[in-house]
Design a protein. Structure first.
Ligand code: PMP
Length: 364
């Protein structure tokens, strides 16, 4: 087998090697059953154990209060862009919601929600991130929606927005479990698993109890939180293998210091990369205000503010020769993006930092 390279992909992203090895070991014969998890009924006792353990590990890792329910669903983050308005838009009369639009993913969620209600788009200027009082939030809104980490632009909130009692909904797909946070500040939290908590195919949703049961009559059964919660995520065939992998990642997180440790490590990793950028005399360029730079997805240009595309291409090909892959920025904004999720170790991140330093010295 070719040795494994260092994967900076934004998602699906690197998984902890221990998780892959365990899955490999259990692939043909799970728990002495003589079959794979993939071949196990979603209603069997063994799968029930997998899903209930995943839920209790998640509850422990995030300190989830008892009045919150957890479901594991298909449909990805994009499915939740629809599920959120379908379940919550009618929570208050008037059917309106505020959407904080800070990048591609919150913008897409707002466009989807417009099908189901009246949407007030609030666009906080990146440089004004630290001043939420300037936002024009509607106190009568059914909910306020935001994306805590915009994966494409590399923008991350370093605080929880204050909504003065209006339920707060968060897309945490790309920074889930990268730091501890107070779940009780939220109405609904969702996260596609394929970045920080598992592989593509399952989305976890954490919902405050009083927000369940307000779905529009036309809500597809698969998106109705009341039905999914009432059936412990197995109303229909759950994405069993994805939930199993997610469970292994949660176990790995517990074994490796949980969200507190991930926060500490992500600070070390992201600081090392941003330091190179900031000390490069503009050779590496980040357009973002420091207060909203993502610890998970570091985006930058090379050569000049607009990016010298030939130099960026060279950077990517030389990086690949050193076994550093998937550093290309999203096609929407170009440039470079280094994703530093939980599974990426400090040593692996430092291999990128060393490469960036060498590249700088050679091409500055
Ligand atoms: N939200 C965020 C923050 C994302 O990064 C992504 C995908 N990268 C999505 C939502 C959409 O998720 P999915 O592709 O699982 O529908």
């Amino acid at each position: 087998m070719a040795s494994r390279v260092i994967n900076f992909s934004a998602g699906p992203a690197k998984l902890p090697t221990e998780v892959l090895e365990r899955a490999q070991k259990e692939m043909l014969n799970y728990n002495g059953l003589g079959i794979s998890v993939m071949e196990l009924s979603h209603r069997s006792a063994d799968f029930t154990k997998i899903i209930t353990t995943a839920e209790s590990d998640l509850r422990q890792l995030l300190n989830i209060p008892d009045n919150y329910k957890v479901i594991f669903k298909q449909g990805g983050g994009t499915g939740q862009f629809s599920a959120i308005p379908l379940n919550l838009m009618n929570f208050k009369p008037g059917g309106t919601a505020d959407y904080l639009v800070t990048g591609t993913w919150s913008a897409k969620a707002a466009i989807e929600a417009e099908k189901y209600g009246k949407i007030n788009k609030v666009v906080p200027k990146v440089s004004k991130y630290t001043n939420p009082s300037t936002w024009n939030l509607n106190p009568e809104a059914s909910y306020v929606y935001y994306c805590s980490n915009e994966t494409i632009h590399g923008i991350e909130y370093q605080y929880i927005p204050e909504t003065n009692g209006v339920p707060l909904v968060c897309d945490m797909s790309s920074n889930m479990l990268s730091r501890p946070f107070d779940v009780s500040k939220y109405g609904v939290i969702f996260a596609g698993a394929q970045k920080n908590v598992g592989c593509a195919g399952v989305t976890l949703v954490i919902i405050r109890e009083d927000l369940i049961g307000h779905a529009m009559d036309t809500t597809p059964v698969i998106f109705d939180y009341k039905i999914q919660v009432g059936n412990n995520s197995v109303y229909n065939t759950a994405p069993t293998y994805n939930i199993y992998i997610l469970g292994l990642v949660l176990q790995w997180l517990k074994d490796n210091g949980g969200a507190e440790k991930m926060e500490e490590l992500s600070a070390v990793k992201s600081k090392a990369v941003y330091d190179i950028i900031d000390n490069s005399n503009g050779f590496y360029y980040s357009p973002l205000d420091k207060s909203c730079r993502s610890r998970m997805n570091v985006t930058f240009r090379i050569g000049c503010q607009e990016g010298d595309e030939a130099l960026e291409k060279l950077f990517l090909s030389e990086a690949e020769k050193r076994g550093l892959i998937s550093l290309k920025g999203h096609r929407a904004i170009g440039g470079i993006r280094a994703s530093l999720y939980n599974a990426l170790s400090v040593e692996e991140c430092m291999a990128l930092v060393t490469f960036m330093q060498d590249f700088l010295e050679k091409h500055q």
